[in-house]
Design a protein around this ligand. Structure first.
Ligand code: SF4
Length: 293
């Protein structure tokens, strides 16, 4: 990956080893991965505090590696960079791991790895990185590469070639770049991939957007639904609805049928809580969506 350019070091960074350069696309990834180090400043990210202990240092390195544009650097090169690379995928909760290595082609969307007895799932595509592929191989490989929507497909073909997995993408979001996807659900009906593993169509952000509902616990939501730390609630992105907002509201209402305690989006923050509180938050999100034109 490209490394950050010291000549482009942003003035908003505090002095010290870690810095963000002016190629930052403000995708937010570093800020949720290592908020003790990175913050928003002037429409981009910057280092507001240099890491002060080994855990903060490791998290800052993880964010550096996840950055989709190679906009984070250290001077001098950090001696633990290679070891930090081998930490991915990072455990999140139970069988869920964060893949890191966000892709610029998906504007830095997060991708996740889900470990299951009946076959593991890669959720949206990270950059193809050999060390990540080797770690995923050690965790049992990939049976399905599930793609929430057309924007976050990144290196899907390389992952599919490496693992021989079945890719899943709703037909309404298939483009020339994804026409070889093996499983293309159609229409509004959910598709059951396995027991407790269901693809739910949620048109709105794009026509063929879907979410993945897992074991009444996890909801992988792409760009349909996310957690907002600022509002302390679930949110949808009106300003990033490319297909039909009214349709997205109806899709959100259908998610009331799904029980879940975790929301894991491509953009925005992930969040876990009691399922009843998550449902109440979803109801507030829908009520808010109805007020927005
Ligand atoms: S991860 Fe990279 S591109 Fe995204 S906000 Fe941080 S520095 Fe900017």
């Amino acid at each position: 990956m490209d490394l950050a350019d010291l000549k482009r070091r942003r003035a908003e960074n505090v002095p010290g080893r870690f810095f963000v350069d002016s190629t930052c696309i403000d995708c937010d990834t570093c800020r949720w991965m290592a908020p003790e180090t990175y913050t928003a400043a002037g429409g981009m990210s910057a280092v507001h505090q240099q890491p002060e202990d080994p855990l903060a240092e490791r998290r800052a390195l993880h964010a550096l590696l996840a950055c989709p544009t190679g906009s984070i650097g250290t001077v001098p090169t950090h001696p633990e960079l290679r070891a930090a690379r081998d930490d991915f995928p990072l455990p999140v909760h139970g069988p869920v791991f964060h893949c890191g290595f966000h892709a610029s082609s998906s504007f830095g969307a997060a991708s996740y790895f889900l470990q299951r007895e009946d076959g593991n799932v890669l959720i949206d595509s990270p950059r193809y990185v050999t060390s990540l592929a080797e770690r995923i191989e050690a965790l049992g490989g990939i049976r399905w590469l599930y793609l929430t929507h057309r924007d976050d497909v990144a290196d899907h073909a390389r992952w599919a070639e490496r693992f021989g997995c079945e890719r899943v993408l709703h037909r309404d979001d298939v483009t020339r770049a994804t026409e070889e996807v093996e499983v293309q659900p159609e229409g509004p009906e959910p598709l059951r991939l396995a027991d407790g593993l269901t693809v739910v169509p949620v048109p709105g952000h794009t026509k063929g957007h879907t979410v993945l509902h897992v074991d009444d616990t996890y909801l992988f939501t792409g760009d349909h639904l996310a957690w907002s730390d600022r509002r302390d609630d679930l949110v949808a992105f009106r300003g990033a609805c490319w297909y039909d907002w009214e349709e997205q509201v109806r899709s959100m209402e259908r998610l009331l049928d799904c029980r879940f305690s975790w929301v894991l989006p491509g953009h925005g923050r992930r969040h876990g809580d009691d399922p009843d509180r998550m449902r109440a938050s979803l109801e507030r999100c829908i009520a808010w969506m109805r007020t927005v034109a």
